[in-house]
Design a protein around this ligand. Structure first.
Ligand code: VAH
Length: 317
């Protein structure tokens, strides 16, 4: 029986991935951990424990005690927050990965998932349909740490045969957790403000097009990648993945179809420079060829689901 450890299970991806993994492997076989308390549905549906991925001694003790066979490492400092604490963010984003890689090699963990990001691309990368293999000169702390970690995960595959798999997530949009300090999180905050106040102050310019994805597609991509035969995986750094691409104005126009009086004002801040260094759209043909990836949710469907679910969530607050 697989025993799965999710690190960062209280976060935007980790909280939803934990529930998806519990559906596949059984509630009691998916151990959710984080350094902060997890959402109710994560804590109620199976084991949850406070655990710091930076504490390598406690980590190895946990993995041996519960006979962990797969690890999903979702803990990281996102782009906006990382610019505020550069060296701490570098340390957390790098040491967390290296702790897991070394632990996995030592105790023989079967499979690991680790998320990269489209933040590994920079100003010199082709912006439209960014290829899987291309120039990568990120100039954000978050992007630099994700690019360095991509090199490490590929190194551990080549040198020790570690089956670690990864996806370069675009901006992820979900309603179960609040935004967590990312540059793309305007596309989450906007829904809450549209519903509660009818207006949103956007920290990016109206024409800032970015690659995005609804969380359900991202979770499905993750489990499909992890369940694919190892011989189908040709990329051991991290797969490009794409769902949709839109800018704040296009998202605002879609919201107005549901809330006609919705108003948006644009006050770009330091995150504009981060967004300007990222691609506008991603070529994910390698993921489609290798393990049959395809996205399901478009802008219209995502907007409808986000408004419906956040309204429900706010009523029950
Ligand atoms: C961020 N949501 O904004 C993350 C993501 C592509 C961006 O990695 O930092």
């Amino acid at each position: 029986m697989e025993k799965i450890l999710v690190i960062g299970a209280a976060g935007q991806i980790g909280s939803e991935l934990t529930l998806a993994l519990r559906k596949i492997y059984g509630n009691e076989n998916v151990f959710a951990t984080d350094i902060k308390d997890a959402p109710k549905d994560v804590k109620k549906s199976g084991p949850f424990q406070l655990l710091d991925v930076m504490d390598d001694k406690r980590l190895i003790h946990f993995v041996i005690r519960y006979k962990i066979s797969q690890i999903y490492l979702l803990a990281a400092v996102l782009s906006g927050n990382a610019e505020r604490l550069p060296l701490q963010a570098w340390d957390i984003n790098m040491r967390s990965v290296l702790n897991i890689l070394d632990l996995a090699r030592e105790v023989g963990i079967k499979k690991i998932f680790w998320p990269s990001s489209i933040a590994v691309f920079g100003k010199t990368t082709p912006k439209i349909d960014t290829p899987q293999l291309t120039i990568m000169e990120p100039n954000t702390v978050y992007g630099i740490s994700k690019l360095a970690a991509e090199r490490w995960v590929e190194y551990y595959f080549n040198k020790y045969g570690l089956d670690i798999r990864s996806i370069r997530y675009p901006g992820l949009i979900s309603y179960k957790t609040e935004a967590g300090g990312g540059t793309t999180d305007y596309a989450v905050e906007i829904f809450y403000d549209a519903i509660t106040t009818g207006k949103y102050e956007c920290f990016l310019k109206p024409d800032t097009k970015l690659p995005m994805m609804f969380m359900d597609d991202a979770i499905r991509a993750t489990t499909e990648l992890m369940e694919a035969d190892a011989d189908k995986i040709s990329i051991r750094s991290s797969y490009n993945l794409s769902g949709l691409s839109f800018d704040p104005e296009e998202l605002s126009d879609e919201i107005k179809k549901h809330i006609p009086d919705f108003e948006i004002i644009y006050k770009p801040d330091f995150r504009q420079a981060i967004a300007d260094s990222w691609p506008q759209s991603i070529d994910d043909s390698v993921a489609r060829k290798d393990w049959g990836w395809k996205n399901n949710v478009d802008l219209e469907k995502m907007t409808r689901i986000m408004l419906k679910e956040i309204k429900k969530k706010l009523i029950h607050r």
